[in-house]
Design a protein around this ligand. Structure first.
Ligand code: THG
Length: 367
């Protein structure tokens, strides 16, 4: 279509050279960085994630580090989720909200020490947000971006590959728990996590000069398991019901509307950003919800650059926020962010750029 103009505004990932060498030929911009999307064969990449092991450059999940006497206090102020029981070595998925209760990011919080945290962020500027809140609240905490870059190994064979490289201790890690370690002298943190439901790990590289070396260690070690390059996969994550904040949400979407209400603890202190608004939303009940959509037709027809209107009984009740061909369901599937007047089982019409398409609303996840 076009090429990306090189500029210092686009920060390269430490794995950039490795991904180019692997044949990366499609990418997105995310957090001011390049997020590889494909290496030329999306179908093969999908099945490798489902059946084998896939290696992803996800350095775009930038880290925002909180360090100092008030680091724990700031982490809680930014998280409408009770962190009091979070242990050192544990991670927690957080629906970070603004004062109106709208989601601004959905990071994984890693607690490295009692006074040291990383928010591993989705696509918005949490450094700016955290710095502003800390300054306004006069907190004693330093907010920086450390030299840390995640690489993911995802799929049912990922555990064997990571255990082969790191040792069998990784098999005992619980979901979102992590341990600091070294791989051939390269400092890393190893976490059981990743943006798929096929299982796997993320290796947080802690020396940005070692990206190619770390990539190649896993590439070599994974050969017996058929490892190959891949990327966060629209089809798999949609089948699995994972939310993409900024894709499936806009600037006024709250956690209850997109199935993230279970990560909100209404009893957190009143000074947690957004909690008062969230209590009100929880009490009144959300006006919209997120459902699955299964479209008629057997030709892959992904979403373009815009959400697409969903019509029920002549009324525009919501939008389809993503759409992708599902190889396991043999259909185009997507998510609806739609009025609670629309329910599971309803037959709807979607106004697509190429014309109207019939679809059914279903429960999530698909698989
Ligand atoms: N890895 C790391 N950081 C990240 C992401 C990641 N930061 C941004 C983005 N991805 C955050 N988004 C998600 C969304 C969902 C999950 C992980 C990251 C996830 N959810 C599980 C689920 O919904 O079933 C489990 C959540 C739970 O129960 O606690 O895994 O991918 N480093």
């Amino acid at each position: 279509m076009f090429s990306i103009f090189p500029t210092a505004r686009l920060r390269p990932s430490p794995f950039y050279d490795a991904t180019v060498a692997e044949g990366m030929n499609s990418a997105m911009v995310y957090n001011g960085m390049i997020l590889p999307a494909s290496y030329g064969d999306r179908e093969a990449e999908y099945w490798r994630l489902i059946n084998g092991v896939s290696q992803w450059d996800v350095a775009v999940e930038r880290q925002v580090q909180l360090k100092g006497p008030d680091a724990a206090e700031l982490a809680q102020i930014l998280s409408p989720r009770d962190l009091t029981k979070c242990k050192v070595g544990q991670g927690k998925y957080v629906a970070m909200c603004n004062h109106d209760g709208a989601i601004v990011n959905d990071p994984i919080l890693l607690k490295l020490d009692e006074d040291l945290f990383w928010f591993s962020i989705a696509d918005s500027d949490v450094w700016l947000w955290a710095s502003a809140i800390a300054a306004e609240r006069k907190l004693d905490v330093e907010i920086t971006e450390p030299d840390v870059s995640p690489m993911a190994l995802q799929g049912p064979m990922a555990e064997d590959v990571v255990a082969h490289v790191c040792g069998d201790w990784v098999r005992d890690l619980k979901y979102f728990w992590f341990r600091e370690s070294h791989i051939d002298g390269i400092p890393v943190a190893v976490q059981r996590s990743g943006w798929s439901k096929q299982g796997g790990f993320e290796i947080y590289l802690r020396d940005g000069t070692k990206g190619t070396q770390l990539w190649n260690i896993f590439k070599e070690a994974g050969q017996p398991w058929g490892i190959g390059p891949g990327a966060p996969t629209s089809a798999e994550r949609t089948e699995s019901g994972l939310v993409s904040v900024g894709g499936d949400t806009s600037d006024n979407t709250n956690p209850y509307e997109v199935r993230l209400g279970r990560y909100v603890d209404l009893h957190v202190p009143d000074h947690v950003v957004g909690i008062q608004a969230l209590r009100k939303i929880a009490e009144e009940g959300p006006k919209r919800h997120q459902l699955g959509v299964i479209l008629e037709g057997d030709v892959p027809a992904p979403l373009g650059l815009n959400w697409e209107p969903i019509i029920l009984n002549g009324e525009h009740l919501g939008d389809m926020t993503n759409c992708v061909w599902s190889p396991r369901m043999n259909a185009n599937i997507g998510y609806a962010l739609i009025s609670v007047k629309a329910q599971i089982g309803d037959d709807v019409t979607i106004q697509r750029p190429a014309g109207e398409v019939s679809a059914k609303l279903v429960d999530l996840p698909f698989i």
